[in-house]
Design a protein around this ligand. Sequence first.
Ligand SMILES: C[S@@+](CC[C@H](N)C(=O)[O-])C[C@H]1O[C@@H](n2cnc3c(N)ncnc32)[C@H](O)[C@@H]1O
Length: 246
Amino acid sequence: MSLLKGRNREKNITGELYGKYSFGNMYNQLLSEEGIKNIVSVIKNDFEIAGIIDKYRSFKVMDVGTGRQALAMSLFGVKAVEHYDISKEHVNRFKKLLQKKKYKNLNISTKNFDLCKQALPRNNYDFVYLSGIVHHFSNTAKGLINCASSVKKHGLIWIYFYRSGTFKWFVNEMIRGLLSTEDIDRFFISSSINYANGHLSNPHTSQIMDDFFVPYINLYNPQQYIKFMIKLGFELHSSSHSDPLS
Ligand SMILES: C[S@@+](CC[C@H](N)C(=O)[O-])C[C@H]1O[C@@H](n2cnc3c(N)ncnc32)[C@H](O)[C@@H]1O
Protein backbone atom coordinates (compact mmCIF):
# COMPACT_ATOMS: atom_id res chain seq x y z
CA MET A 1 0.00 0.00 0.00
CA SER A 2 2.80 2.46 0.77
CA LEU A 3 3.83 2.93 -2.83
CA LEU A 4 4.83 6.56 -2.46
CA LYS A 5 5.98 6.60 1.17
CA GLY A 6 9.12 8.54 1.86
CA ARG A 7 9.24 10.06 -1.60
CA ASN A 8 8.96 13.75 -2.06
CA ARG A 9 7.30 15.96 -4.65
CA GLU A 10 10.57 16.58 -6.46
CA LYS A 11 10.47 13.01 -7.78
CA ASN A 12 8.14 12.58 -10.69
CA ILE A 13 5.57 10.17 -9.33
CA THR A 14 2.87 11.37 -11.75
CA GLY A 15 2.48 7.97 -13.42
CA GLU A 16 2.17 6.08 -10.14
CA LEU A 17 -0.18 8.69 -8.66
CA TYR A 18 -2.61 8.35 -11.55
CA GLY A 19 -2.11 4.63 -11.99
CA LYS A 20 -3.03 3.83 -8.42
CA TYR A 21 -4.67 6.67 -6.51
CA SER A 22 -6.45 8.86 -9.03
CA PHE A 23 -8.32 7.78 -12.19
CA GLY A 24 -6.56 4.40 -11.79
CA ASN A 25 -8.55 3.79 -8.58
CA MET A 26 -11.73 3.76 -10.69
CA TYR A 27 -10.39 2.64 -14.04
CA ASN A 28 -13.06 -0.02 -14.60
CA GLN A 29 -15.83 2.51 -14.01
CA LEU A 30 -14.26 5.15 -16.27
CA LEU A 31 -13.74 2.66 -19.08
CA SER A 32 -17.00 0.74 -18.60
CA GLU A 33 -19.41 0.70 -21.55
CA GLU A 34 -21.51 3.34 -19.78
CA GLY A 35 -18.42 5.49 -19.06
CA ILE A 36 -17.26 5.33 -22.67
CA LYS A 37 -20.76 6.17 -23.94
CA ASN A 38 -20.62 9.38 -21.87
CA ILE A 39 -17.17 10.24 -23.20
CA VAL A 40 -18.34 9.72 -26.80
CA SER A 41 -20.76 12.62 -26.27
CA VAL A 42 -17.99 14.75 -24.74
CA ILE A 43 -15.81 13.98 -27.77
CA LYS A 44 -18.65 14.84 -30.16
CA ASN A 45 -19.09 18.17 -28.39
CA ASP A 46 -15.32 18.87 -28.40
CA PHE A 47 -15.07 18.01 -32.11
CA GLU A 48 -17.90 20.46 -32.78
CA ILE A 49 -16.09 23.21 -30.83
CA ALA A 50 -12.88 22.35 -32.69
CA GLY A 51 -14.75 22.63 -36.01
CA ILE A 52 -13.74 19.16 -37.20
CA ILE A 53 -17.08 17.36 -37.08
CA ASP A 54 -17.16 17.05 -40.90
CA LYS A 55 -13.59 15.79 -41.31
CA TYR A 56 -12.43 13.84 -38.24
CA ARG A 57 -13.07 10.46 -39.91
CA SER A 58 -9.89 10.80 -41.96
CA PHE A 59 -7.83 11.94 -38.94
CA LYS A 60 -4.85 10.37 -37.24
CA VAL A 61 -5.22 11.50 -33.64
CA MET A 62 -3.06 11.51 -30.52
CA ASP A 63 -4.58 11.15 -27.03
CA VAL A 64 -3.13 11.07 -23.51
CA GLY A 65 -4.61 9.74 -20.26
CA THR A 66 -6.53 6.68 -19.14
CA GLY A 67 -7.34 5.80 -22.75
CA ARG A 68 -11.07 6.53 -22.40
CA GLN A 69 -10.94 9.41 -24.87
CA ALA A 70 -8.84 7.34 -27.28
CA LEU A 71 -11.43 4.59 -27.16
CA ALA A 72 -14.34 7.02 -27.51
CA MET A 73 -12.71 8.78 -30.49
CA SER A 74 -12.10 5.48 -32.21
CA LEU A 75 -15.67 4.30 -31.61
CA PHE A 76 -16.86 7.68 -32.90
CA GLY A 77 -15.09 6.94 -36.19
CA VAL A 78 -11.62 8.52 -36.12
CA LYS A 79 -9.29 6.71 -38.56
CA ALA A 80 -6.41 6.00 -36.17
CA VAL A 81 -5.57 6.88 -32.57
CA GLU A 82 -2.17 6.76 -30.91
CA HIS A 83 -2.41 6.85 -27.13
CA TYR A 84 0.36 7.68 -24.66
CA ASP A 85 0.61 7.92 -20.91
CA ILE A 86 3.32 8.28 -18.30
CA SER A 87 1.43 5.78 -16.13
CA LYS A 88 2.47 2.18 -16.81
CA GLU A 89 -0.68 1.03 -15.04
CA HIS A 90 -2.96 3.02 -17.37
CA VAL A 91 -1.18 1.71 -20.46
CA ASN A 92 -1.17 -1.92 -19.29
CA ARG A 93 -4.85 -1.80 -18.36
CA PHE A 94 -5.70 -0.14 -21.66
CA LYS A 95 -3.73 -2.75 -23.64
CA LYS A 96 -5.70 -5.47 -21.89
CA LEU A 97 -9.02 -3.76 -22.56
CA LEU A 98 -8.20 -3.38 -26.26
CA GLN A 99 -7.79 -7.14 -26.55
CA LYS A 100 -11.50 -7.59 -25.81
CA LYS A 101 -13.50 -8.91 -28.75
CA LYS A 102 -15.62 -5.75 -29.02
CA TYR A 103 -12.55 -3.48 -29.27
CA LYS A 104 -9.85 -5.57 -30.89
CA ASN A 105 -10.52 -4.38 -34.44
CA LEU A 106 -10.18 -0.71 -33.54
CA ASN A 107 -7.15 1.13 -34.88
CA ILE A 108 -5.62 2.20 -31.54
CA SER A 109 -2.06 1.87 -30.27
CA THR A 110 -0.92 2.60 -26.72
CA LYS A 111 2.50 3.34 -25.28
CA ASN A 112 4.02 4.16 -21.89
CA PHE A 113 5.69 7.50 -22.54
CA ASP A 114 6.83 10.69 -20.80
CA LEU A 115 5.89 13.61 -23.07
CA CYS A 116 8.39 15.85 -21.28
CA LYS A 117 11.31 13.49 -21.83
CA GLN A 118 10.72 11.38 -24.96
CA ALA A 119 10.37 12.80 -28.45
CA LEU A 120 7.13 12.21 -30.33
CA PRO A 121 7.17 11.58 -34.09
CA ARG A 122 7.22 14.94 -35.87
CA ASN A 123 4.49 16.16 -38.28
CA ASN A 124 2.49 13.07 -37.53
CA TYR A 125 -1.01 13.91 -36.26
CA ASP A 126 -4.01 15.77 -37.68
CA PHE A 127 -5.32 16.35 -34.17
CA VAL A 128 -3.54 16.22 -30.81
CA TYR A 129 -6.00 15.97 -27.94
CA LEU A 130 -4.71 17.07 -24.54
CA SER A 131 -7.58 17.15 -22.09
CA GLY A 132 -6.40 17.88 -18.56
CA ILE A 133 -2.77 16.99 -19.26
CA VAL A 134 -0.53 20.02 -19.79
CA HIS A 135 -0.84 21.53 -16.27
CA HIS A 136 0.54 18.23 -14.93
CA PHE A 137 3.67 18.30 -17.09
CA SER A 138 6.92 18.44 -15.11
CA ASN A 139 8.03 21.07 -17.64
CA THR A 140 5.10 22.75 -19.41
CA ALA A 141 7.16 24.32 -22.20
CA LYS A 142 9.09 21.13 -23.03
CA GLY A 143 5.96 19.00 -23.08
CA LEU A 144 4.01 21.51 -25.18
CA ILE A 145 6.82 21.95 -27.70
CA ASN A 146 7.04 18.17 -28.07
CA CYS A 147 3.27 17.82 -28.60
CA ALA A 148 3.14 20.83 -30.94
CA SER A 149 5.89 19.47 -33.16
CA SER A 150 3.96 16.22 -33.59
CA VAL A 151 1.07 18.12 -35.24
CA LYS A 152 0.98 18.03 -39.06
CA LYS A 153 1.00 21.27 -41.01
CA HIS A 154 -2.59 22.66 -40.88
CA GLY A 155 -3.34 20.22 -38.06
CA LEU A 156 -4.87 21.09 -34.71
CA ILE A 157 -3.94 20.81 -31.06
CA TRP A 158 -6.67 20.79 -28.41
CA ILE A 159 -5.56 21.99 -24.99
CA TYR A 160 -7.93 21.88 -22.06
CA PHE A 161 -6.12 23.25 -19.03
CA TYR A 162 -6.65 24.45 -15.47
CA ARG A 163 -6.17 28.21 -15.54
CA SER A 164 -4.37 30.32 -12.99
CA GLY A 165 -6.00 33.05 -10.92
CA THR A 166 -9.01 31.23 -9.51
CA PHE A 167 -9.92 30.94 -5.83
CA LYS A 168 -10.12 27.15 -6.02
CA TRP A 169 -6.50 26.75 -7.09
CA PHE A 170 -5.33 29.38 -4.63
CA VAL A 171 -6.84 27.40 -1.73
CA ASN A 172 -5.77 24.10 -3.23
CA GLU A 173 -2.17 25.25 -3.42
CA MET A 174 -2.25 26.19 0.29
CA ILE A 175 -3.57 22.74 1.19
CA ARG A 176 -0.90 21.10 -0.97
CA GLY A 177 1.70 23.08 0.96
CA LEU A 178 0.52 21.53 4.21
CA LEU A 179 0.58 17.95 2.96
CA SER A 180 3.39 15.52 2.48
CA THR A 181 3.38 12.43 0.27
CA GLU A 182 3.89 10.56 3.56
CA ASP A 183 0.16 11.20 4.12
CA ILE A 184 -0.95 9.76 0.83
CA ASP A 185 -2.19 6.36 1.96
CA ARG A 186 -4.00 7.83 4.97
CA PHE A 187 -5.79 10.31 2.70
CA PHE A 188 -6.60 7.58 0.19
CA ILE A 189 -8.21 5.40 2.83
CA SER A 190 -9.87 8.09 4.96
CA SER A 191 -11.44 9.89 2.00
CA SER A 192 -12.79 6.54 0.80
CA ILE A 193 -14.30 5.95 4.24
CA ASN A 194 -15.77 9.48 4.32
CA TYR A 195 -17.18 9.49 0.82
CA ALA A 196 -17.81 5.88 -0.17
CA ASN A 197 -18.09 3.59 2.86
CA GLY A 198 -14.47 2.57 2.44
CA HIS A 199 -14.68 1.72 -1.28
CA LEU A 200 -11.40 2.96 -2.74
CA SER A 201 -12.90 3.13 -6.19
CA ASN A 202 -14.90 6.36 -6.08
CA PRO A 203 -14.74 9.73 -7.89
CA HIS A 204 -14.36 11.94 -4.77
CA THR A 205 -11.25 10.13 -3.65
CA SER A 206 -9.92 10.22 -7.20
CA GLN A 207 -10.37 13.99 -7.29
CA ILE A 208 -8.85 14.58 -3.85
CA MET A 209 -5.78 12.48 -4.67
CA ASP A 210 -5.39 14.30 -7.98
CA ASP A 211 -5.70 17.85 -6.59
CA PHE A 212 -3.69 17.32 -3.39
CA PHE A 213 -0.99 14.86 -4.37
CA VAL A 214 -0.20 15.09 -8.08
CA PRO A 215 3.42 16.32 -8.22
CA TYR A 216 2.84 19.15 -10.70
CA ILE A 217 -0.02 21.63 -11.07
CA ASN A 218 1.55 24.40 -13.14
CA LEU A 219 -0.99 27.11 -13.82
CA TYR A 220 -1.03 29.79 -16.53
CA ASN A 221 -3.76 32.00 -17.89
CA PRO A 222 -5.28 31.57 -21.38
CA GLN A 223 -3.30 34.52 -22.78
CA GLN A 224 -0.04 32.88 -21.77
CA TYR A 225 -0.95 29.62 -23.49
CA ILE A 226 -2.13 31.45 -26.61
CA LYS A 227 1.06 33.54 -26.78
CA PHE A 228 3.23 30.47 -26.38
CA MET A 229 1.37 28.52 -29.08
CA ILE A 230 1.55 31.48 -31.48
CA LYS A 231 5.33 31.48 -30.96
CA LEU A 232 5.31 27.83 -31.98
CA GLY A 233 3.56 28.75 -35.24
CA PHE A 234 -0.07 28.10 -34.32
CA GLU A 235 -3.16 30.27 -34.72
CA LEU A 236 -6.10 30.35 -32.31
CA HIS A 237 -8.77 28.34 -34.10
CA SER A 238 -11.56 28.15 -31.50
CA SER A 239 -11.97 28.45 -27.77
CA SER A 240 -14.39 27.64 -25.03
CA HIS A 241 -14.55 28.64 -21.34
CA SER A 242 -11.44 30.78 -21.75
CA ASP A 243 -13.22 34.11 -21.29
CA PRO A 244 -12.29 36.54 -20.03
CA LEU A 245 -9.06 35.92 -21.87
CA SER A 246 -7.40 38.33 -19.49
C1 LIG B 1 -5.93 14.30 -14.90
S1 LIG B 1 -5.44 12.90 -15.83
C2 LIG B 1 -6.54 13.20 -17.18
C3 LIG B 1 -6.51 12.23 -18.27
C4 LIG B 1 -7.62 12.25 -19.31
N1 LIG B 1 -8.35 13.46 -19.41
C5 LIG B 1 -8.56 11.09 -18.98
O1 LIG B 1 -9.68 11.35 -18.56
O2 LIG B 1 -8.14 9.99 -19.15
C6 LIG B 1 -3.85 13.38 -16.45
C7 LIG B 1 -3.14 12.28 -17.23
O3 LIG B 1 -1.96 12.83 -17.81
C8 LIG B 1 -0.92 11.87 -17.72
N2 LIG B 1 0.37 12.59 -17.79
C9 LIG B 1 0.79 13.61 -16.99
N3 LIG B 1 2.03 14.01 -17.34
C10 LIG B 1 2.39 13.24 -18.39
C11 LIG B 1 3.57 13.17 -19.19
N4 LIG B 1 4.61 13.96 -18.97
N5 LIG B 1 3.62 12.27 -20.20
C12 LIG B 1 2.56 11.45 -20.44
N6 LIG B 1 1.43 11.45 -19.69
C13 LIG B 1 1.34 12.33 -18.69
C14 LIG B 1 -1.20 11.18 -16.37
O4 LIG B 1 -0.59 9.95 -16.20
C15 LIG B 1 -2.72 11.08 -16.39
O5 LIG B 1 -3.18 9.90 -16.98
